[in-house]
Design a protein around this ligand. Structure first.
Ligand SMILES: Nc1ncnc2c1ncn2[C@@H]1O[C@H](COP(=O)(O)OP(=O)(O)OP(=O)(O)O)[C@@H](O)[C@H]1O
Length: 692
């Protein structure tokens, strides 16, 4: 009965879309659900019968051999993903803050609770198949997808996950595309820039630069992004492409490399039904080309539902169905659940996973618009979920376990390597140069934003006016100006550099997870790439302040003062990078930076001249101290004098200068050089240990 309903439903869908019929009458429900897995033969037969070929949306270029795309990508490597008894749990520690003593007590009193997120997940997806993971919100779809994509490191994972009977490794990483639920893209790049840079980084070395760009353009066409290719991606506060277009860019980003295994987290959420269908059709076409596709999906339309080959239905972290999509309804019919009125099978299955079964009230059955009732009490919901879980486990015991090949455990797997050598898609130098250009393009708006320019110009002009044409005779004012220049350019860059890594954290994690580039290439490109832009503002400011402020008008003094400013900017930038990379949280990093900035400023040698011995060492940590000393040395000589009382005194004897001294310049240069390299090196280490 249900089988007929399902077939009927499929027919009506097929008719609506393509006028073709899908599937035919099948055997009894029990007999139908004899396979845990669908064999390739059965699958390809099904694919032929599905008759969806004429739905194609400009798919020619996505043929398995890459026809229509020049040059040809390697044909996909067939990948079978098997997972068995996969469990995932996380420990929920009580929230403790160091300043809240009460929370310490609660931490001691309560042991961390283990939260089971996934329990005994089992399944297999073969090349050519598209698996949909369906389930209510919070049922564990994203978590399982992340685990299958090798992207979960926190928590406790047990079970077996194999890719062609091998563990997940670097080779697999580069064959895998992963589209996250939130689109992780650089907001200031255009669609075309985003995809061209991705192509340059991700496509194999055999491709020439022109070929890579051509591939990006082809994918833009395939995903219908041509109209918006020159529009910026945008973000929360920056108008860019639409949500649907952004999602398609994320998918295009992965499709560029023509991955053999493609994982997608809710690729259709927030899209209208036509675009959603188009995306799923694209994925189906990719699968037909021999790829393995695994996607989570929230609430598919019936049309979309019928495009999936396999279905994994989750309920509260448990599987309640895994198998061919076409057999899902017959399975539930066989265990006593069938829709009592015509409905989208996906809705029916989602309701079941939610522990709800809608029925037309028998008393109203005669009425055409009969009332829909559902057994919704909490205990009923739990009972239904339990029944479904148990029924699935029972079915699994009888039918399916044997069809999954046994494999070594996940812990053993991780120690084994694959024989195939992992290769970076591009050379270090290529990675560096693409990343440097990308980073400069992404930041061009930021660095030259009108606001920043106005800010620096305003401060410089005000500063120039306040100290207008000062002379060494006004020694107190002039050393004040030198200290101000040092502190301003010593701290301003910290607060811009702090944002560098935390704001790109997700991007970095995503790109590193897909093996796009080496961390050294990214790190150097990100830090070196910003330099020319970061150095323009201090250059402009220095011209204004130096000449308005009446500082020493010789080329030697001007340029050495200028180089000192650039030096301090670089050191401060390094400290900002370190704080950002170590904290990976802008709020925390800025708070810590403000404490450090104040400490360095106070210990810089201008405000306090007689520091107590126990804290006197602090100045040696302050880069302001060394930079201020260098600035003094650029302006004054040993024998230079200033007007004091009725006569003239040596500048080196003026208290603020005397306690700093203008000798031993080499030590200051050395100290700043160590900081310049040291902060960056520590920042790199912090980035390397960044939690995903
Ligand atoms: N690291 C973690 N710490 C605490 N809870 C976690 C963690 N990872 C997952 N969970 C919990 O596991 C459950 C499943 O989350 P998951 O994001 O996989 O659900 P989902 O089915 O993808 O939901 P949605 O459709 O809303 O995205 C949620 O209750 C989530 O809060």
């Amino acid at each position: 009965m249900v089988l007929m309903e399902e077939s009927g439903h499929e027919n009506s869908v097929s008719k609506k879309i393509s006028g073709r019929r899908e599937g035919g009458a099948r055997g009894s429900a029990g007999a139908d659900y004899r396979e845990f897995d669908s064999s390739p033969a059965v699958f390809s037969d099904r694919a032929r019968r599905s008759g969806h070929e004429d739905w194609t949306v400009n798919m020619e270029t996505l043929q398995p051999d890459g026809s229509g795309t020049k040059p040809k990508l390697q044909p996909p490597v067939p990948i079978t993903v098997k997972f068995e008894d996969v469990c995932y749990s996380v420990s929920l520690k009580p929230q403790t803050t160091w300043w809240d003593f009460k929370s310490w007590g609660s931490k001691i009193a309560h042991h961390a609770d283990e939260k089971s997120v996934l329990k005994d997940m089992i399944g297999v997806v073969r090349p050519g198949e598209m698996l949909a993971m369906l389930g209510p919100s919070g049922s564990g779809k994203t978590t399982l997808l992340n685990i299958l994509g090798g992207r979960v490191i926190k928590g406790n994972i047990t079970g077996k996950i194999l890719y062609n009977d091998m563990p997940y490794d670097k080779v697999m990483k580069r064959r895998t595309g992963f589209v996250t639920q939130d689109d992780v893209l650089l907001p200031h790049l255009t669609v075309k820039e985003t995809l061209v840079y991705a192509a340059l980084l991700r496509l194999p070395r055999e491709f020439s630069r022109q070929d890579k760009i051509k591939r990006a353009e082809d994918v833009i066409m395939e995903l219908g992004l041509d109209k918006c290719k020159n529009t910026i991606i945008g973000g929360a506060f920056l108008r860019g492409v639409s949500g649907g277009e952004r999602k398609r860019v994320s998918i295009a980003h992965e499709m560029l490399i023509d991955p053999s295994l493609l994982l997608l987290d809710e690729p259709t959420s927030g899209l209208d039904s036509t675009i959603a269908l188009r995306i799923i059709l694209t994925l189906q076409n990719l699968a037909r080309g021999g790829r393995t596709i695994i996607t989570t999906i929230h609430q598919p339309s019936s049309v979309i539902f019928h495009l999936f080959d396999k279905l994994l239905l989750l309920s509260e972290g448990h599987t309640i169905y895994f198998g061919p999509r076409i057999e899902a309804m017959s399975y539930f019919d066989a265990i006593g659940f069938r829709p009592s009125f015509e409905t989208n099978p996906a809705d029916f299955l989602l309701d079941l996973a939610n522990g709800v079964q809608h029925e037309i009230d028998p008393l109203d059955r005669k009425n055409h618009d009969g009332k829909i009732s559902s057994n919704k009490t909490a205990s009923d919901i739990q009972a239904l979920r339990k029944t479904l879980r148990e029924a699935y486990v029972e079915t699994l015991v009888v039918h399916s376990r044997n069809s999954l090949e046994r494999a070594v455990s996940i812990t053993v797997e991780q120690k084994q390597g694959t024989k195939e050598k992992s290769k970076w898609p591009s050379t270090w130098w290529e990675q560096f140069s693409v990343l440097i250009v990308r980073s400069m393009r992404e930041r061009r708006h930021e660095v030259f934003s009108g606001l920043r320019i106005c800010q620096v110009l305003a401060v410089s002009i005000i500063c120039g006016m306040l100290w207008f044409q000062s002379t060494p005779d006004q020694i107190q004012d002039q050393v004040g100006l030198l200290f101000f220049i040092t502190t301003f350019w010593g701290f301003y860059p910290i607060f811009t550099a702090i944002f560098t890594f935390p704001t790109e954290r997700e991007m970095l994690a995503k790109e590193r997870a897909s093996g796009m580039y080496r961390l050294t290439a990214y790190f150097l490109a990100r830090t070196v790439g910003d330099l020319p832009l970061e150095l323009v503002l201090p250059t402009v400011s220095h011209v204004i302040v130096y000449w308005m402020g009446g500082l020493k008008a010789t080329a030697g003094a001007y340029f050495s003062s200028y180089l000192t400013i650039l030096f301090i900017v670089l050191v401060a930038q390094g400290l900002g990078l370190l704080l950002g990379a170590a904290m990976m949280d802008v709020k925390k990093a800025t708070t810590l930076a403000s404490v450090i900035v104040l400490t360095f400023q106070l210990a810089g040698g201008y405000f306090v001249q007689n520091t107590p011995a126990f804290i006197g060492w602090l100045k040696y940590l302050s880069f302001s101290y060394y930079a201020y000393k260098l600035q003094l040395a650029t302006q004054y000589t040993e024998m230079q004098t200033y007007a004091c009382g009725t006569g003239r005194c040596l500048i080196v004897d003026y208290p603020a200068v005397k306690q700093m001294g203008i000798d031993r310049i080499g030590v200051s240069v050395m100290a700043l050089s160590i900081m310049l390299v040291g902060y960056r090196f520590l920042a790199y280490l912090a980035l390397r240990n960044m939690k995903k």
